[in-house]
Design a protein. Structure first.
Length: 346
C-alpha cells in the first residue's frame, strides 16, 4: 500500500513538507483505537531470537530508527508501534535553532537517496525533555547530542555537557554527534585531540551519575583508514561504549543522478542506497582492526533484510534505518526482522 499509494502522493510534495505531513498524520491516526490495533498487528513482530544485549541494554530486536527522523521526540510512542527495537532522537542542541534555510532536503529517486543540509534544526533539548517525560512506550531511546551553530568549537564541550545533563534521566544511551557535514566546522571535532578531549569530558560527566548511560560516537563515512585507526584508539582510551557507523557522506561520486542536477542542489550530506557499501566497509574495518573490542551500530543504505544482514556480518551488533524507510515504507522494519529470523535459522 505504501509504495503503490502513499509514496507517490508523498513524493508529489516537497520532501520537508512530506515529512511534516507524515508526522501530523501519524500523530493524528496512530492513537485512534482501531488504527492503533491495526498498526500493531500489521507491523510488529517479536521473537526471542531477535533479542540482543548490547552495551548493557536489552533490545527487543536489533532494528532501530536512526537520528534525524524524530529530532524532537514527538513520535516515540507511535514509532514504537511500528516495531522498532530502539529509537534515536536528535540531534538535539542546548538552544532551539532553525537550521539552514529551506529548501534543505532533496530526493534523488534514481539513486534511492536523499541529500540534506538540515543543520541540526530542533526545538532545543528542554522541549524534548518535556515530551520524554510524557512518553508511554518502554522502547529504548537514544539521545543524539550536538552543539549549536553559534557555539565556537573551543566551547563545544559545554554544549554537549549541557545536553547530557538535561537528557540523562530520560534516555537510555547517548550519541555524541561530531560527524554531520551540515554544521560549519563540526567535523573538525573528529580530529584526534579535540575528539579525545570531548569524549573524555562527556564520559567523565556521565560516570559521575548514579546510573551512567552508554556513550556512543557517531562517525562520518568519509574518514580515511588512518582516521579510523585514530577512532579505534580513542574509543579504547576514553572507554566509551561504542560507535555508530555511519553518518551521511559528502562523497557524490557514486550517484547516477545527472551531475548538473546534483550540483544544482548544492551542499549537503548524502544518504540512501549509495551509502550502503561504504558504511559496511567502515563497520568491517573498525570491527576487524579493533578485534571486536566495542559494539558498532550499523547505519547507511539499509533497504532490505539482506542489507541489514550484511552490516551484521561485517561486525555490527545493531542496525538503524532512515532513508530506506522513506523509499520502502514502514513495512521495512518487519521485513528486516523476518529476514533476520530466517538467517538465524540456517
Amino acid at each position: 500500500m505504501y509504495k503503490s499509494l502513499l509514496k507517490p502522493l508523498l513524493f508529489l510534495k516537497k520532501p520537508e513538507d512530506a515529512h511534516h505531513f507524515t508526522f501530523d498524520l501519524t500523530k493524528l491516526t496512530f492513537n485512534l483505537p482501531v488504527i492503533h490495533t491495526l498498526v500493531k498487528s500489521n507491523f510488529q513482530l517479536e521473537d526471542p531470537r531477535l533479542e540482543r544485549e548490547v552495551f548493557g541494554l536489552k533490545f527487543k530486536n536489533p532494528v532501530g530508527l536512526a537520528a534525524g527522523f524524530d529530532k524532537d521526540a514527538k513520535l516515540i510512542d507511535e514509532m514504537a508501534m511500528l516495531g522498532f527495537g530502539f529509537i534515536e532522537i536528535g540531534t538535539l542542541t542546548p538552544k532551539p535553532q532553525e537550521g539552514n534555510p529551506q529548501p534543505r532536503l532533496f530526493r534523488l529517486p534514481k539513486d534511492e537517496a536523499l541529500i540534506n543540509r538540515m543543520g541540526f534544526n530542533n526545538g532545543g533539548v528542554a522541549d524534548a525533555v518535556e515530551r520524554l517525560k510524557k512518553r508511554k512506550s518502554e522502547v529504548i531511546v537514544g539521545g543524539n547530542i550536538g552543539k549549536n551553530k553559534v557555539t565556537p568549537n573551543e566551547n563545544a564541550v559545554d554544549d554537549y555537557l549541557y545536553c547530557l545533563e538535561a537528557l540523562h534521566p530520560h534516555v537510555d544511551y547517548f550519541v555524541v554527534n561530531v560527524s554531520s557535514p551540515n554544521t560549519p566546522n563540526l567535523r573538525d571535532l573528529q580530529e584526534k585531540e579535540p575528539l579525545k578531549q570531548l569524549l573524555t569530558a562527556v564520559k567523565s560527566a556521565n560516570d559521575q551519575k548514579a546510573k551512567p548511560k552508554p556513550i556512543l560516537l557517531k562517525i562520518a563515512p568519509d574518514l580515511s583508514d588512518g582516521q579510523l585507526d585514530d577512532i579505534i584508539e580513542i574509543v579504547k582510551e576514553t572507554r566509551i561504549d561504542g560507535v555508530i557507523a555511519t553518518n551521511t557522506t559528502i562523497d557524490r561520486s557514486k550517484l547516477s543522478t545527472p551531475k548538473n542536477e546534483v550540483e544544482a542542489i548544492g551542499a549537503g550530506g548524502v544518504s540512501g542506497k549509495v551509502l550502503g557499501k561504504r558504511s559496511t566497509e567502515v563497520i568491517r574495518y573498525l570491527h576487524q582492526n579493533s578485534n571486536g573490542a566495542f559494539p558498532i551500530v550499523g547505519v547507511g543504505g539499509i533497504f532490505s533484510a539482506e542489507d541489514a544482514i550484511e552490516k551484521l556480518e561485517a561486525g555490527a551488533s545493531l542496525v538503524q534505518v532512515y532513508s530506506g524507510m522513506i523509499y520502502e515504507g514502514p513495512s521495512l522494519i518487519k521485513k528486516i526482522k523476518k529476514g533476520l529470523l530466517a538467517y538465524f535459522s540456517r
